[in-house]
Design a protein around this ligand. Structure first.
Ligand SMILES: [Ca+2]
Length: 459
């Protein structure tokens, strides 16, 4: 059931309008492309909406992808799953039977697969995913750049009425929806132009993640059958994310809404209303609390007990205030919005955050810390918030894909089990790093740095 919340407060609305007027003259057409952070499967059984975006690969960020398939995405291509036209037709015949069994009508299947073929561009993208990784601060430089902030204010101004109505209906703040829109498609500028049926059929046939992509293809057929869009207009990124806020077909079926009331859930067209409302509904259905921050920058007192940091440790605001944690902005106490964690995404020398339950809700969209912080920070800045006051260890580099595996192997071998060796620095690995640091007499901030890996190599 939709939550009923009061509309935007007068003060927030005022802030929005002031911000928009100030920036109205500086905003140019937005061509910034979506930076996509790393997937972080340790945390969630919940699949994020998003999948790799072809443009994300172009900016050399590891694309986000479904939790269950992150590892499979890296599986080597074997002779058994090479693509060829005859094999594709064989697969298609079998799939057609499965689609019919799933209740898809004959006419829909015929229309969808008229002229379908292996999409060479999709195969190419899939096999050449970048292993390049970025630090959080490099990511945030792009995710919440002055250009993206200014474009966000412009987008919010242009769609203020719609976004305010969405906020009233679903209880998700207009600037949060705007920020997701900004990261997923640069406010609609980059929605993807790959035919989704071709892409899903190609990836299903190619075979490494057949069950996953056949399920997405069935969902895509259901969308066609429902009449929301025609096969030619159903476009998106090479891995299936569609429209202004990059919904996978299954996420579309679960969450998309016809907000405009024209009878179609149109997340692809120029009018973003349905896509923005669908995103709000997604967050609402995943537990969003209106009025609760995603997180706030804080300062930690001298002598802070860093073993209490990390996403898995939660205390109420009174606890953190007794510890001496204060807001970076103004030095006030940590506000009470329920259980909260202290997050140190770049270790004890970088920005410190107190994070609330809404942080976890954004994680359901994309589980990477970088993405969640990017969305939250961009949203804050769109409504006039400042840049982070704390610094980042900018001389540090990101660990490579191989180094992250090595770190986990070495921690586990040293008696600090990461529970999984998957190359993903999530809460379990961070906890193992903290335990190792504590045993070594280091500050137990859980920061998986290159320096820490060097120390582990020395034994
Ligand atoms: Ca509509």
């Amino acid at each position: 059931m939709d939550k009923k919340v009061p509309g935007m407060s007068i003060s927030r609305l005022f802030l929005l309008v002031v911000g928009m007027v100030a920036f109205a003259t500086t905003v140019a057409a937005n061509t910034v492309i979506s930076p996509r952070p790393l997937p972080r499967p340790e945390l969630h059984g919940v699949a994020p909406v998003a999948a790799p975006s072809d443009l994300a690969v172009a900016v050399s960020l590891r694309p986000a992808m479904r939790v269950a398939t992150a590892a499979l995405m890296r599986a080597p291509v074997s002779a058994a799953n090479r693509v060829d036209a005859a094999g594709f037709q064989d697969w298609l015949r079998g799939f057609t039977v499965r689609a019919r069994d799933a209740g898809i009508g004959r006419a829909t299947i015929a229309r969808a697969f008229d002229g379908v073929s292996v999409n060479a561009r999709v195969v190419e993208r899939d096999r050449n995913q970048s292993e390049f990784t970025r630090t959080l601060w490099d990511y945030l430089d792009s995710a919440a750049s002055d250009t993206r902030v200014a474009s966000g204010r412009s987008a919010l101004r242009d769609h203020l009425e719609t976004l305010a109505a969405i906020e009233r209906r679903y209880g998700v703040e207009a600037e949060v929806i705007t920020a997701i829109w900004g990261l997923e498609s640069a406010y609609g500028a980059v929605r993807g132009s790959v035919p989704i049926i071709d892409a899903m059929a190609t990836l299903a046939y190619e075979g490494r993640r057949r069950a996953f992509f056949e399920a997405e293809l069935i969902a895509a057929l259901r969308i066609l059958e429902a009449g929301d869009i025609g096969p030619d207009e159903m476009q998106g990124s090479w891995a299936g994310a569609m429209g202004h806020t990059q919904f996978m077909p299954t996420s579309f079926l679960a969450h998309a809404v016809d907000f405009t009331g024209d009878g179609r859930r149109d997340i692809w067209g120029d009018d973003p209303a349905d896509a923005l409302a669908s995103t709000a509904r997604y967050l609402s259905q995943n537990g969003w609390t209106h009025g609760q921050p995603w997180g706030l920058e804080v300062t930690l007192p001298a002598g802070f007990d860093f073993t209490q940091s990390g996403e898995r440790i939660r205390h109420d605001a009174a606890y953190w205030n007794r510890m001496g944690v204060r807001l970076a902005d103004g030095g006030g106490p940590v506000p009470d919005h329920g259980p909260a964690s202290i997050l140190l995404p770049a270790g004890h020398t970088g920005v410190a955050l107190v994070i609330y339950d809404n942080f976890r809700v954004i994680e359901t969209y994309n589980p990477a810390d970088a993405y969640v912080i990017g969305v939250g920070h961009l949203a804050d800045r769109i409504v006039g918030g400042s840049t982070f006051r704390g610094g980042w260890p900018r001389d540090d580099r990101a660990l490579t894909h191989e180094e992250r595996f090595e770190l986990q192997r070495r921690l586990t071998a040293a008696g600090f089990s990461t529970e999984r060796i998957d190359g993903i620095i999530g809460p379990l690995t961070i906890r193992a790093v903290q335990d190792y640091q504590a045993a070594e007499g280091l500050v137990p901030d859980g920061y998986a740095s290159a320096a820490l890996l060097r120390r582990l190599r020395r034994g």
